[in-house]
Write a new protein. Structure first.
Length: 94
């Protein structure tokens, strides 16, 4: 599953911020994976391609981290949020 995600996101340029009829993105589903190691790896792949993906709320107003089954995944998303904000603020200053 992890390798397939990597292939789709990187090699085939799949739309990793696609939204289904419930408003969920692939990151919403990755966060719900019971196996925390697999969820963490897939979350990293998805966020690497679209670091702002963590902001997407579904039709119930839930963001991916709200659905996370693992604290590790929540911490990874929080780290990407901080990293994105730092990079974004540096770009604005230039």
């Amino acid at each position: 599953m992890v390798e397939m995600t990597r292939l789709l996101a990187n090699d085939f340029m799949a739309n990793v911020d696609a939204i289904d009829t419930l408003g969920n993105t692939p990151l919403h589903y990755a966060c719900q994976i019971e196996n925390s190691h697999m969820a963490l790896l897939i979350t990293e792949i998805l966020l690497r391609g679209k670091p702002k993906l963590h902001e997407a709320a579904n039709k119930q107003g839930k963001k991916p981290q709200d659905l996370a089954k693992s604290n590790q995944v929540v911490r990874k998303i929080e780290a990407y949020k901080v990293q994105y904000n730092i990079l974004h603020s540096e770009t604005k200053m230039k």
